[in-house]
Design a protein around this ligand. Structure first.
Ligand SMILES: [Zn+2]
Length: 326
């Protein structure tokens, strides 16, 4: 049994309370590799932003759960080395699907877990979530649950259609499970193709797809976490497509919508695809411009720099979490 407090990590309780009071949202960034983790920590240290490091099931398969946990521990020390005196870093399991997995993460030093029972019938989702909450809270580990279904593809999470969260179920669910936060479905989705072209309108000037707005009426009723909140920056899509890539009609959530969500009832916003796009755009550019390059540091380095820029932009311009963890 490893307690996250001994690793210098924090849970989400105080982070979320402050974020709701202060009208901003905590960034939740997924990581799979060293460059991504370095970029997240550097961006957060430079902006003094609290952060949630997320580990998905895909990340655990790709990088190994043990290694990822030690990397997060190293990240706390790295943050201090960068001059961030009191780093506020949470290590969170993204989309846990069983009690056993959540338990193993709690036992292993995670400070927060998500139990995603959203594909189950309502009462079964409640029972599973409650079981995880009862275990995790013994160790002061916070629990995120999910109500409503997000469409899209995120590692192993695949859903054809979204089902918006029903506001009338939220209070009942939160009270009966004791969960600390709730991922809700108001129109975001996983991945870089958030909407089908027929769900969007086309901007007559640019010819680009404009997605439908988020369902803000659900937000007023609940206290919440937004998944699938990448914006799919067009400049990255363009760099990728002009350097040998092929991402036609990739669409995300406009940043002004996310800014509005961060200012209102949303306390955590998950961003993953945008950093993948930043990474891929930078790598494709280097490899296209320097075909003789074969040192991974020469393309992973610029990719890392690009991700730092992206994370800082999100923190300062979208989430408003800069300066909130001195
Ligand atoms: Zn998610």
């Amino acid at each position: 049994m490893v307690n996250y407090k001994d690793l210098g990590l924090v849970n989400t309780r105080e982070m979320f309370a402050k974020a709701i009071d202060g009208g901003y949202a905590i960034p939740a960034f997924n990581f799979n590799n060293m460059e991504q983790l370095q970029a997240i920590i550097k961006a957060c240290a430079e902006t003094k932003s609290p952060v949630i490091l997320q580990v998905s099931s895909g990340a655990r398969k790709y990088a190994n759960q043990t290694l990822l946990r030690y990397m997060a521990e190293g990240a706390v020390e790295y943050a201090k080395e960068l001059g961030w005196e009191h780093p506020q870093i949470c290590l969170h399991l993204d989309h846990g699907d069983t009690f056993e997995l959540c338990k193993s993460c709690v036992d292993f030093g995670f400070s927060s877990v998500m139990i995603d029972g959203s594909s189950l019938p309502y009462e079964e989702n409640i029972a599973l979530t409650k079981k995880v909450v009862e275990y995790a809270h013994q160790y002061d580990v916070t629990v995120e649950a999910e109500l409503g279904v997000l469409a899209g593809v995120e590692d192993d999470v695949v859903a054809e259609e979204s089902h918006y969260t029903k506001p009338e179920e939220v209070i009942d669910f939160a009270t009966r499970t004791g969960c600390d936060s709730l991922a809700i479905s108001i129109g975001t989705s996983h991945g870089a193709y958030k909407f089908k072209p027929e769900q969007c309108t086309r901007d007559p000037k640019t010819g680009k797809l404009v997605p439908p707005p988020l369902a803000f009426d659900v937000l007023e009723e609940v206290e919440k976490v937004l998944h699938g909140s990448s914006s799919v920056p067009q400049e990255y899509v363009d760099i990728i497509n002009t350097h040998g890539g092929n991402l036609p009609d990739a669409v995300g959530i406009p940043e002004d919508q996310l800014r509005k969500a961060a200012k209102s009832a949303v306390c955590k916003i998950n961003i993953d695809s945008d950093s993948r796009l930043a990474f891929t755009a930078a790598v494709r550019k280097v490899l296209a411009e320097k075909p003789g390059e074969f040192d991974p540091r020469k393309y992973c380095g610029p990719a890392r720099d690009e991700m730092v820029k992206l994370y800082k932009h999100k923190i300062i311009e979208v989430l408003g979490s800069d300066g909130k963890a001195e």
